[in-house]
Design a binder for this molecule. Structure first.
Ligand SMILES: CC(C)(COP(=O)(O)OP(=O)(O)OC[C@H]1O[C@@H](n2cnc3c(N)ncnc32)[C@H](O)[C@@H]1OP(=O)(O)O)[C@@H](O)C(=O)NCCC(=O)NCCS
Length: 372
């Protein structure tokens, strides 16, 4: 094969899918600290065996340059998303690429867009799909990202722009220092909750399995109008969260209850960096980034009729107090749309400051037909 030959292919065999899922190692393994991919989970998704598979059509693509894989992406038609928004949008998830490969990467993105177009999509989004894809860094390119996120390389932006994409949305990630004065404020917020007619319980106190059902119902209701969201099904959430019952997730995640009904939910995690991240031996992460001292609030939602009544603040405060009790000195409040003011104000009232910024890309096929 010629050294300059560019070939876009669709990996299919189990060995190829495994190689596809392991590709991020080529991009990030020289980093001091990074989150490795969940290879097994990704292969299951590509083989149509994930809990969400019945709602998706998915195809992985990679591009070889001179016989070597230099980039990858998966094209997805998410029928549940399309029904929810009545929008013929396709998603490009799993994007990763090596540097100095513009021609190859643009060819691959064109081919993936063509696949989406053949299935009726009028646009492609890359960088956000509910629990499937996360956005592209625009700062801290080399830093250790919050759980779920990637410090993607700076050269990704020119790849997307050269392939006809533009910035569709911006997102921010917050960090909160759990200092004593802040914890004191949290205690006051939590103790005022009964005067507003609700109480906040950890998932453990509420009943873990009952909390999983409440999380799914309340999150679907709270996020129904949230940009980019698509509903999640009880049957797919249950098997994902049930194994976490014996972990600190049960103490850090909370439910707000009013007149016996769940009206708000928070899903939160302990610091998973020591268990899951790749950290160069001898290197110690900054305390606010990980190493056992950074908890993570991943998701917060309040049903519309209970908004504006401090349910947001009391739930997050209770979760952060539980983190502080377990020696966590910082909390992440992960991934908020630039224009989600209720959420941004919640993070800032809790003492959060923006520590990372991200973007989501979109290509409208009406402007540049795929491959044109
Ligand atoms: C985010 C959420 C949990 C916040 O809870 P809430 O009960 O709505 O919070 P509030 O109504 O007290 O709003 C928080 C602050 O934002 C302000 N706010 C609300 N809407 C606003 C808007 N459109 N523009 C500017 N500020 C706004 C409120 O005035 C309040 O500020 P204040 O405390 O200084 O008065 C809730 O809105 C929600 O569930 N949203 C949908 C899901 C979601 O976006 N989750 C977060 C994902 S990152």
């Amino acid at each position: 094969m010629g050294v300059d030959k560019i070939q876009v292919e669709r990996p299919r065999t189990p060995a190829e899918l495994e190689q596809f899922a392991a590709f991020p190692h080529q991009v990030y393994s020289a980093r001091i600290a990074w989150w490795p991919p969940d290879i097994r989970g990704e292969v299951e998704l590509l083989r149509g065996r994930a809990p969400i598979s019945s709602s998706l059509e998915i195809s992985p693509f990679w591009v070889k340059h001179g016989g070597k894989v230099v980039a990858r992406v998966s094209a997805v038609i998410n029928y549940r998303y399309q029904r929810h928004w009545n929008e013929r949008l396709g998603h490009l998830i799993h994007f990763e690429a090596l540097p100095n490969e513009t021609e190859s990467v643009v060819a691959m993105l064109d081919e993936a867009c063509r696949w989406l177009q053949e299935r009726g999509a009028q646009a492609a989004r890359s960088g956000f799909a509910t629990f499937l894809d996360y956005p592209y860094a625009i700062d801290n390119y080399e830093g250790f990202p919050s759980f779920l996120l990637r410090s993607t390389p700076d050269y990704y932006h020119s790849y997307f722009k050269n392939a006809g994409f533009y910035t569709e949305k911006g997102m921010v990630d917050y960090t909160i220092a759990l200092t004593e004065p802040i914890l004191e404020r949290y205690r006051a917020i939590v103790s005022a909750a009964p005067s507003y007619g609700f109480e906040v319980l950890s998932w453990r106190r509420y009943g873990f399995n009952k909390a999983i059902e409440a999380w799914t119902t309340v999150t679907n209701a709270a996020f129904a109008k949230h940009w980019g969201w698509n509903p999640v099904a009880h049957e797919e959430v249950r098997p994902t969260l049930a194994p976490l019952e014996a972990t600190e997730v049960a103490d850090l995640s909370v439910v707000a209850v009013a007149q016996g009904e769940a009206v708000g939910v928070v899903f939160a995690l302990p610091d998973l960096s020591l268990a899951l991240a790749r950290i160069r031996p001898g290197f110690k992460l900054a305390a606010e980034r990980g190493g056992g001292s950074r908890g993570a609030l991943i998701n917060i939602g309040v049903i519309e009729s209970w908004r504006g009544r401090t349910v947001n603040l009391a739930m997050a405060a209770e979760s952060f107090l539980a983190m502080a009790k377990r020696a966590m000195k910082y909390a992440g409040y992960t991934l908020v749309l630039d224009d989600n003011w209720p959420s941004r104000k919640t993070a800032e009232k809790l003492g959060g400051r923006v520590t990372s910024n991200f973007v989501v890309y979109r290509r409208d096929f009406t402007y540049k037909s795929a491959g044109a």
